[in-house]
Design a protein around this ligand. Structure first.
Ligand code: HEC
Length: 261
């Protein structure tokens, strides 16, 4: 009997254990909440101001923003459309690909499904946006620990302020070989964190900037899966149903075993 109980218990716990042991990721969570309309609205506005000049979201129409984010079409037209596009059009950029490539060395990619494209999901974007640091050796003057060698400049630096890499010499293993750096390297040393310059004074406190990065991330997560909010609520019912079904199966099992003993 104990064996069976053990078996049942391990069956119940197995999915949890599998999840807990899954890929170790050193990323801060963006705590994306697709039901937080205010955050998505702020994210949309920030995105249009700071990102849409270079990046398109060509799978998404402006009209969808009005339907999903609780805005009137007029609000979208007045606050979120910066170029001469119409509300029924997809969110394209004014940037010409050839110009962008000539200027930055790379064309800014379309961000329609960016939040889904990375193994770490939307968290990747949040960590990327907060991980720019000064690196004079790079053409843009910036480097990034999440995306080393990125050809995108730190477009939010006035809000965040200027981050410098804090480094320490590489650790050596028993054989005297240098070990790999967790956060990447700067000038031959391991990056262990960032330091914010006091001058020029950032326009935001670290907490305010964190909110900005999270809101933009939430917006891009929403854009990647505009139906996700609905799907998540369906998911809750599915899980509740499964839990209920498991309970029934358990009762049934108790009933069967009563005869056996
Ligand atoms: C000046 C133009 C420019 C602006 C403005 C800009 N980006 Fe970029 N972005 C780029 C370029 C160029 C790349 C490609 C970098 C590379 O591959 O080296 C890029 C890459 C990215 C990537 C990684 C894409 C990938 O998977 O390779 C993300 C995410 C991103 N940008 C988000 C943003 C967000 C969010 C904003 C607004 C806060 C923004 N970008 C503003 C030019 C820009």
């Amino acid at each position: 009997m104990t064996k069976i109980r053990f078996l049942l218990l391990s069956l119940l716990l197995a999915p949890g254990l599998a999840l807990a042991s899954g890929g170790e990721v050193h990323m801060k969570s963006a705590q994306v909440d697709l039901d937080d309309k205010a955050a998505l609205q702020r994210g949309a506005s920030l995105y249009m101001s700071y990102c849409s000049g270079c990046h398109a979201i060509s799978y998404h129409r402006y009209s969808r923003l009005s339907e999903d984010l609780g805005l009137t079409p007029e609000q979208v037209e007045q606050n979120l459309i910066y170029n001469d596009q119409k509300i029924g059009e997809t969110m394209n950029t004014g940037m010409n690909v050839a110009d962008a490539t000539a200027w930055l060395g790379k064309a800014p990619p379309d961000l329609s499904v960016e939040a889904r494209a990375k193994a770490q999901g939307a968290d990747w974007i949040y960590n990327y946006l907060t991980s720019f640091y000064v690196d004079e050796a790079r053409p843009t003057g910036w480097n990034n620990t999440v995306f080393p060698g990125a050809s995108m400049p730190h477009v939010l630096w006035e809000l965040q302020g200027i981050q410098h890499a804090k480094t320490e010499p590489k650790h050596k293993n028993a054989k005297g070989e240098a070990e790999a750096c967790e956060m990447g390297e700067y000038k031959g040393e391991c990056i262990i964190g960032f330091e914010l310059s006091e001058q020029p004074k950032p326009r935001m406190t670290p907490e305010q900037f964190d909110r900005v990065a999270k809101d933009i991330t939430a917006f891009l997560a929403y854009v990647g899966e505009p139906n996700a909010a609905k799907r998540e609520s369906t998911g809750v019912w599915v899980v509740l149903f499964l839990a209920f079904f498991t309970f029934l199966a358990y009762l049934l099992k108790v009933e069967f075993w009563r005869d056996v003993h």
